[in-house]
Design a protein around this ligand. Structure first.
Ligand code: SF4
Ligand code: SF4
Length: 348
């Protein structure tokens, strides 16, 4: 399907119509300056300017707590998987969060299909909202290659004035647009305006990592003894907030909850955080990352070295949530740039 225009005044109706078939999650203002993804009744136009939500929309694919199976021990042992999913639309997802979901797609299908994730993902439609300027001062999406998004969504909307210039990526996106929205075809002038706005945005994103990101795995590999980790050891509180708000963090803990009868129960998982003290404690009691500096070094290596080496893409998508949420103002860009400064060789 060619690109189309959806008039802004028709977006609310589009959203309402989607509810015939889907649960629709979009952005709501929680309080001044804070936004959340939540079930919405209708799209609210001013929220097109929202800054990243407190938690990323990954929570609808990988919930904070989730039951994986139910079991009985009597009369005979019996285990039943629990996989919950529903047809859902994530409406107005930013490019950084779309990249985040695409990375989770890779992680949760890497060695085997994680059915609790993939079933939800299969039932999810993503309607993106493109960014034409930095949403706030912490955004580093352009610097980590995540401002432009070519995949991972069904529909992408760009604000070109009275209309959203709308590109359709998947057959599901096309079906939805045909069935639920009022639209017209985009003309040549609309397309030129759309391209001009997209080109103009390039110079506006100033929060920058000071090297080509492809250099980062090697820089971090050589930075194990960098003094920045000692400095952060003294500042970091080990609270885990930076992990919890991150769209690409996917570590979880698994535990069993017995019912009161002690013969049945359920196995659950919930988000875990590598910056928490007990994250790397093993059964003999040793802790492989007992200091906060070691744990932060590990977290940064996960984003810019280990997973980047494995998947050939940055595992920081540049949303800036960790910087915004840190109670002691540990800034992802400042930290990466300090590591670069201390470890950069002349040829990089
Ligand atoms: S590391 Fe920070 S800026 Fe990067 S994706 Fe995670 S929360 Fe966003
Ligand atoms: S949010 Fe800040 S203080 Fe808390 S663990 Fe992360 S870096 Fe440390």
């Amino acid at each position: 399907m060619n690109d189309i225009l959806i008039c802004k005044k028709d977006i609310g109706t589009f959203c309402s119509n989607l509810k015939e078939q889907f649960t629709v999650y979009g952005v709501k203002q929680k309080e001044e300056g804070f936004y959340v993804f939540d079930e919405i009744d209708e799209f609210s136009d001013p929220l097109k300017d929202y800054i990243p939500t407190i938690l990323p929309p990954k929570k609808y694919l990988f919930p904070q707590q989730e039951t994986l199976l139910r079991f009985d021990t009597q009369p005979l042992p019996d285990v039943k998987p629990v996989i919950e999913s529903r047809k859902q639309v994530l409406f107005g997802v930013r490019p950084c969060d779309i990249h985040g979901i695409s990375l989770l797609d890779k992680i949760f299908t890497a060695d085997h299909d994680d059915k609790n994730y993939t079933r939800k993902r299969e039932e999810t439609v993503i309607i993106g909202m493109d960014c034409l300027e930095p949403c706030y001062e912490h955004a580093l999406c352009a610097s980590v290659g995540c401002l432009n998004v070519d995949d991972g969504y069904d529909i992408m909307m760009t604000d070109i004035g009275d209309y959203f210039y709308t590109s359709i990526k998947t057959s599901q996106g096309e079906e939805i647009v045909r069935k639920y929205s009022k639209y017209t075809g985009a003309g040549e002038e609309d397309r030129k305006r759309f391209l001009r706005l997209r080109n103009d945005r390039e110079g506006k994103f100033e929060n920058k990592i000071k090297t080509d990101i492809s250099n980062l795995p090697l820089i971090f590999k050589n930075a194990d003894n960098d003094p920045v980790w000692d400095e952060l050891n003294d500042r970091c509180l080990g609270c885990g907030r930076c992990n919890i708000v991150c769209p690409t963090c996917y570590c979880f803990d698994v535990y069993d909850c017995m019912d009161l009868n002690m013969t049945s129960g359920e196995r659950c998982r919930e988000w875990d955080a590598c910056t928490l003290k007990d994250f790397a404690v093993v059964s003999t009691g040793e802790n492989f990352r007992s200091t906060r500096g070691q744990r932060l070094r590990h977290r940064f290596n996960r984003k810019f070295n280990y997973l980047m080496t494995r998947y050939n893409t940055s595992f920081c998508v540049g949303c800036g949530r960790c910087t915004r949420s840190c109670p002691v103002n540990i800034d992802v860009v400042e930290t990466v740039n300090a590591v670069i400064k201390n470890n950069k060789t002349d040829d990089k």
